[in-house]
Write a protein that binds this ligand. Structure first.
Ligand code: SF4
Ligand code: SF4
Length: 375
């Protein structure tokens, strides 16, 4: 059996649904996919995917009841843990053959964000406490003045698993920018192992499973208006040129996916966030709204500060098993990814389900409720 086949067998045995291999040459057009950042001697990357349980995804899209979010969040945690196990199994195997290998983090690992670990979390907690107890403290005044840097918009990942997925032939980029696969649509989470072993590349996926005919499905499910419905941008990965929906400022996704707001433009339904912040069309204005929302949530304390603390913790510690307990996962949106299944009928069905799923709100006592049937 070839080394490539052995690697794939190990990945499948550890729980991967899809696995492919690419040489580094296909990945050098973008800083975010250059594997030598992780491993200077890198020659190849193994990309793999784990599909999501559709019953749990459907209940989450439909907001069947409050437990649907909890189940989706547990599924996310289990899936990230499984990706870590698959990566470890490949890494151990390659190291047993005297190669170098790195099991890349699956999410929340950014090149220009300095991780301070627990010290960074403590610093944030202190700021929230000061905001509540000592509003005249110089740090709180600085926060209120908008002069405190709360967010670095450069979230270049250590490695783009989506680009690796295209390069190693397990999928292509869909209109929403997510990796789309023929069997699972975009309902997959991704992982990668970088190695100095010189491995043969798999063929690219010739036909893109995204026909773009249903972009009116994945575009309007984004309450953040992050994905443009008409304008395109081109992404080149090796010999593949993808034309995807233009991405607007990342602030629009962070406001929504980060659960700072659940409803902006589409009034009949929300994400799982109970809060409301209008997201302007203009990108620069949206950047300002994100900054102001961070300040408001820190100064509010309570559940709003807890929400931002969740984001700070994820950025400071990552998603690995050793640092993130499974009950700490919390999915609030991801609709652009979860809506796109393997065929157009199912995608349109999912869109209808989301649009009639109702809104999540907070009752006076702070308890989350789902309200259905708004018109
Ligand atoms: S919903 Fe349709 S247009 Fe959007 S990524 Fe999926 S297949 Fe492509
Ligand atoms: S995760 Fe949510 S907010 Fe972000 S792009 Fe997707 S649908 Fe939009």
């Amino acid at each position: 059996m070839s080394l490539e086949d052995e690697i794939k067998e190990i990945a499948i045995a550890a729980g991967a649904d899809l696995v492919g291999i690419t040489s580094k040459d296909r990945l050098m057009d973008h800083e975010s996919s250059d594997p030598t950042y992780y491993l200077p001697s890198a020659e190849s990357v193994i990309g793999f995917a784990v599909s999501l349980d559709k019953e749990i995804v459907r209940d989450f899209l439909q907001k069947t009841d409050l437990s649907a979010q909890k189940k989706m969040s547990l599924l996310e945690g289990e899936t990230y843990y499984k990706l870590e196990d698959i990566g470890d199994a490949i890494k151990d195997f390659l190291e047993s053959k005297s190669y170098e290998a790195i099991n890349c983090e699956s999410n929340m690992d950014y090149r220009r964000v300095k991780r301070m670990g627990k010290a960074g979390i403590k610093e944030f907690e202190n700021l929230v406490e000061l905001g509540q107890k000592n509003p005249d403290h110089p740090l709180v005044k600085k926060l209120k003045s908008g002069k405190m840097t709360l967010f670095d918009p450069d979230l270049t990942p250590y490695i783009s698993h989506r680009y690796i997925g295209v390069a190693c032939g397990i999928g292509r980029l869909g209109w929403s920018g997510n990796l789309i696969t023929p069997k699972y649509g975009t309902c997959v989470y991704l992982g990668s192992v970088v190695t100095n072993a010189k491995l043969s590349s798999d063929p690219y996926m010739k036909d893109n499973p995204c026909s773009k005919k249903c972009k009116e499905v994945c575009t309007p499910v984004c309450q953040g208006q992050f994905i443009d419905s008409r304008e395109t941008q081109t992404v080149k990965i090796g010999e593949i040129e993808e034309e995807i929906g233009k991405k607007h400022t990342l602030s629009k996704c962070i406001l929504t996916c980060g659960a700072f707001t659940g409803q902006s433009k589409f009034k009949k339904w929300s994400t799982w966030s109970p809060w409301r912040t209008g997201i302007p069309n203009d990108d620069e204005e949206a950047d300002r709204v994100l900054q102001q929302t961070f300040i408001d949530h820190i100064l509010s304390g309570g559940q709003k500060a807890q929400n931002i603390l969740r984001l700070v913790t994820a950025i400071q510690l990552g998603f690995r098993k050793a640092v993130k307990p499974i009950e700490d996962f919390h999915v609030s949106c991801a609709f652009c990814q979860l809506v796109c299944w393997e065929n157009e009928d199912l995608r349109r069905e999912n869109l209808e389900i989301i649009q009639s799923s109702g809104v999540v709100e907070l009752e006076d006592g702070g308890k989350k409720v789902i309200r259905k049937g708004l018109s």
